[in-house]
Design a protein around this ligand. Structure first.
Ligand code: TYD
Length: 200
């Protein structure tokens, strides 16, 4: 049985990654997954994680994201890949490095070690970073109630974005950066041209 391809979509809130991940999953007959919250246990964790009224330390936040991820890999992602089904994910381990590491200041080496514990060898074949400046992203999707991350300080999303770009630059074989400012169809075309190189 050939293992499925594992492609992850990353970027700051409002970059358009969720729509692109869903589109690619449909186009390539892959399984769409997301984090945090893509299981019964994960939905409970997500509720607490996004609740701006529940203060928690950045380390607590990291460990809850990683608990969600570990469970997600074990019960959803790895079984699909092992059965030959490709997976298109809306966020994965790089979100924790970008948001909790670069964004909140949790030690990156510690987060990487915890990530190894949480996901083992289940690594993406490719991570697509939809890059966009926080101002454009924010202008796209004004929500009525801001969650914990949307209500973070003004430079938080700048740090998250810079973190993503640094990770992509360090490992170009596993990352693909696409400019997220264009129209949906244009961004989709750039992504699809790169994804054609993978076995589906
Ligand atoms: P998501 O559901 O992708 O929200 P959105 O569609 O608005 O981008 O993610 C919810 C929030 O959780 C988002 O602000 C990013 C944050 N997040 C982290 O901080 N660390 C993580 O590891 C993950 C997976 C998400």
């Amino acid at each position: 049985m050939t293992r499925g391809s594992f492609v992850v979509f990353e970027g700051i809130d409002g970059c358009g990654k969720s729509s692109q991940a869903r589109r690619v999953a449909e186009l390539r007959s892959a399984k769409f997954v997301f984090e945090p919250g893509d299981s019964a246990l994960g939905a409970e964790l997500r509720r607490w994680l996004l609740d701006a009224a529940t203060p928690m330390t950045p380390v607590t936040e990291s460990l809850m994201m990683l608990a969600d991820r570990s469970h997600h890999v074990a019960t959803v992602i790895e079984p699909a890949l092992a059965a030959g089904t490709s997976v298109a994910a809306d966020r994965f381990y790089a979100s924790t490095l970008a948001y909790q590491g670069y964004g909140r200041g949790v030690d990156l080496a510690d987060l990487e070690a915890a990530t190894d514990l949480a996901i083992g060898t289940c690594r993406p074949d490719l991570t697509v970073l939809i890059d966009i400046d926080p101002e454009t992203a924010r202008a796209r999707g004004a929500r009525r109630v801001e969650d914990r991350f949307e209500s973070a300080d003004a430079h938080f999303h700048d740090r998250v974005r810079a973190g993503y770009l640094e990770m992509a630059e360090r490992d170009p074989g596993h990352w693909f950066v696409v400019d997220g400012r264009g129209p949906f169809e244009e961004v989709a075309g750039v992504i699809d041209a790169r994804l054609d190189d993978l076995p589906w």
